[in-house]
Design a protein around this ligand. Structure first.
Ligand code: DSN
Length: 437
C-alpha cells in the first residue's frame, strides 16, 4: 500500500473524503484533462515549491521596510525585489504587488480615481467586461456609474469614433479598457487621448494578456497612453493567484497605494510573493518564447476548429491575436450544453456570452471561450492544437459518446506532464508532492 492510501485509512472519514477529493482533483486536472479555461494556468514546480514557504503564516501590513509588524526582514527583501522585477518586465513601472486579486487591484484603482456618484466608461459586458467593471460588481459596490462603450462587430473591437464621442459627452472620472473575452488589442492610444482631453484617466485591465505583454506579443498599454495597468498574475502570466497595479506616474502610484492598504487589503497573502518572483524571472528568460508559442497555438486551434466545421469568431481578422479562441455553438445546442458535453470528454472550457447575445442569455449563451496558455505551458504545439480540434468535432458535431473520446484525451494528455518555459530545477520531483501520489 502506498503512503497516501495508508494515510487516508488512518484518518477520520470526513477528512479522508476531503483529502481524497483533493488528490483526485489534482490527478484529473493536471494529468487527464485538456484545460482550455482562458483565465487559468499552472506555475512551474520551482514556483510551487517557493509558494509553500513559512510566509504563508505571517503578517506584513504596510510597505517593505515600513511595516506595522516585526519579523518581516526577509519578506521585505522579497516584496521589494518582486515589485522591481515586475516593473522591469513592464518596460519600467512602479508596481504594487499587494492586491490579492485582479478584482482587488481594480477596486483600489477605481476608488483612488473616483468618488461615489462619479462615472466610468467601460467595455460592454457581452464584449468581455470583467464583472468588477460593472454595476453588479466592484463599480456597483463603490457606487460609480457604469456606462458602456459601443462595440463594433466587424472589427470585433471597441467602436473608436462612437467611444470618443461618448467620453466627450459623459466626462467620466476614468475609462477602462482590457477584457475577459479578448481576441484583438483595444485601441489604447485613441481612447487615452479622448480620456485625457476630458481630464479622465485610462485604466487598462490586462489580466488576460499580462503574459503576452511581458512576452512582447501584445502591446504594452503603458507605452500607448494608459495611466495605470491592473492585472491578476495567473492567466497568461503563469504565476500564483493574485493581483498587481502598475503605473509610471509616481503621484498616482502613491495615491493608489494609500487606498490598497488600508482600504482593500490588510495583510496581503505573503506566500504569493516568492512564487511571483520565480515566475517573473522565468518570464524574463523564457517569456518571449512562451508568448510566441501561445499566440501561434491560439491561431492554429482557431484555424483547425474552422476546418473541422465550427463557427469561429474573428475570421475576417485572422481569428485571434491573443491566447483566446471563441466559437459560436448556438446551432449545436448553446454554450451550456456544449461545455458540459466537452467536460464529459475531459476537455474543460467555459460557456461565454458573445457580443451579439442578449445580456439575459447568461445561463445558455451562444459561445465557448477557449484559451491555450496552460496547454502551451505543458508543451503543446500547433499539431497538438489540430488534435484538440478533432476531439471537439467528435464530441460536438459527430456526437461520439464522450466517454469514448475521454479515453483518447487521457491517452493524448500522457505526453504532456512537464511544465515548459522554466528552469531545469524541480524541487517537487515532477509534481509528486502536489499530486500526493
Ligand atoms: N472571470 C475570470 C475569467 O475571465 O475567467 C477572470 O476573473
Amino acid at each position: 500500500m502506498d503512503f497516501w492510501s495508508a494515510a487516508l485509512q488512518s484518518l477520520p472519514p470526513e477528512l479522508s473524503e476531503i483529502l481524497e477529493a483533493t488528490r483526485r482533483h489534482n490527478r484529473w486536472r493536471r494529468r487527464e484533462t485538456i484545460n482550455l479555461i482562458a483565465s487559468e494556468n499552472v506555475m512551474s514546480p520551482l514556483a510551487e515549491a517557493a509558494y509553500l514557504s513559512d510566509m504563508l503564516h505571517r503578517y506584513a501590513e504596510g510597505k517593505p521596510f515600513k511595516r506595522y509588524y516585526q519579523g518581516t526582514r526577509y519578506i521585505d527583501i522579497v516584496e521589494d525585489r518582486v515589485s522591481k522585477l515586475m516593473g522591469e518586465l513592464l518596460g519600467g513601472a512602479l508596481v504594487d504587488v499587494r492586491p490579492i486579486s485582479g478584482t482587488i487591484a481594480n477596486a483600489a484603482v477605481f476608488r483612488a480615481l473616483a468618488r461615489c456618484g462619479d462615472k466610468a466608461v467601460v467595455p460592454p459586458v457581452q464584449a468581455g467586461a470583467h464583472v468588477s467593471h460593472t454595476k453588479f460588481g466592484t463599480l456597483g459596490a463603490l457606487c460609480i456609474e457604469q456606462i458602456e462603450m459601443p462595440f463594433d462587430m466587424d472589427s470585433f473591437n471597441i467602436d473608436v469614433d462612437k467611444a470618443v464621442k461618448l467620453i466627450e459627452s459623459v466626462k467620466p472620472s476614468f475609462v477602462v479598457l482590457g477584457a475577459s473575452l479578448y481576441l484583438f488589442p483595444h485601441p489604447v492610444k485613441e481612447i487615452a487621448e479622448a480620456a485625457h482631453a476630458v481630464g479622465a484617466k485610462l485604466v487598462y485591465d490586462g489580466a488576460h494578456v499580462l503574459g503576452l505583454i511581458v512576452g512582447k506579443r501584445w502591446r504594452n498599454p503603458l507605452d500607448h497612453g494608459a495611466d495605470v495597468l491592473t492585472s491578476s498574475t495567473h492567466k497568461t502570466f503563469p504565476g500564483p493567484q493574485g493581483g498587481i497595479i502598475a503605473t509610471r506616474d509616481e503621484s498616482l502610484f502613491k495615491d493608489i497605494g494609500r487606498v490598497v492598504f488600508p482600504q482593500f487589503v490588510s495583510n496581503h497573502h505573503l506566500h504569493r510573493l516568492p512564487a511571483l518572483a520565480v515566475t517573473a524571472v522565468e518570464m524574463k528568460y523564457f517569456g518571449e518564447a512562451y508568448a510566441d508559442q501561445v499566440v501561434r497555438n491560439a491561431k492554429a486551434l482557431a484555424e483547425a476548429l474552422a476546418s473541422e466545421g465550427f463557427k469561429v469568431l474573428g475570421e475576417q481578422l485572422g481569428y485571434t491575436k491573443s491566447h483566446q479562441v471563441v466559437i459560436d455553438v448556438r446551432e449545436l445546442g448553446g454554450g451550456d450544453k456544449a461545455a458540459k458535453m466537452l467536460e464529459e470528454a475531459n476537455i474543460i472550457v467555459n460557456k461565454n456570452l458573445l457580443p451579439y447575445d442578449p445580456p439575459d442569455a447568461i445561463k445558455n449563451p451562444s459561445g465557448l471561450r477557449l484559451g491555450v496558455q496552460e496547454m502551451t505551458r505543458w508543451g503543446m504545439k500547433e499539431d497538438d492544437m489540430r488534435e484538440i480540434a478533432k476531439f471537439f468535432r467528435q464530441v460536438l458535431i459527430e456526437k461520439v459518446d464522450p466517454a469514448k473520446v475521454r479515453e483518447k484525451v487521457v491517452e493524448f494528455r500522457k505526453s504532456f506532464v512537464k511544465v515548459h518555459y522554466t528552469f531545469d530545477v524541480n524541487p517537487l520531483e515532477d509534481g509528486k508532492l502536489i499530486l500526493l501520489e
